[in-house]
Design a protein around this ligand. Sequence first.
Ligand SMILES: C[S@@+](CC[C@H](N)C(=O)[O-])C[C@H]1O[C@@H](n2cnc3c(N)ncnc32)[C@H](O)[C@@H]1O
Length: 212
Amino acid sequence: MSAANMDTSSRAGTALERYYQFHSRIYDATRWSFLFGREEVLRRTARVTNPRRILEVGCGTGRNLPGLRRLFPQAHITGVDLSEQMLAIAAKKVRDDKTTLLRRSYSAALHGDGQPYDLVLFSYALSMFNPGWEQAINAAWDDLAEGGCVAVVDFSDSYFPWFRNWMSVNHVRMEGHLWPYLSQKFAPLLDERFAAYGGVWNYGIFIGRKQA
Ligand SMILES: C[S@@+](CC[C@H](N)C(=O)[O-])C[C@H]1O[C@@H](n2cnc3c(N)ncnc32)[C@H](O)[C@@H]1O
């Protein structure tokens, strides 16, 4: 990715940005042990769509960007995130001129007068949009072309109050709130929950299509 492809115009100073000022340094070394399903959502997505334009919302350190590039070598990929520190790490992983990184908070559609996206991916992002998860899902709808797909992998819920509380300290809401709204908004192609660590929490994968 060329420096010209990185837009750093947004200037928010949210609690989440402050959280990632530290966590960006340990993110890739630690998150593999609990952000499950990230390979699976990409694999499953590739079975149902072959997008030319992809948007990953909350792309973070760019963990998914090389995987998206391998699966969809011709696609133009845009990663958007509000954390400057996370994006700086992502920029080192994507060095092709068909990938763009944008720094901003995602609360409204991005494509403007340009071409809409064929795929919008949220990977462990929506559970951190508090408030704003409904607006982000609505924005993804607006950003997608007719017949385009949304793909989501994220924390779902936990039976254990201590775990939900711990996750809320880490800005994650675990109330199973995402899935009903997603399946109401998009025609579901895949909508499943999986147990992590024998059921300490559940995570989910949703893939849906935009239909009029
Ligand atoms: C848990 S990380 C996930 C990163 C990556 N998608 C992955 O799977 O490893 C969540 C990311 O969402 C970003 N984020 C949270 N709220 C956001 C918002 N409103 N707009 C854009 N990015 C946001 C955070 O800065 C963070 O980098």
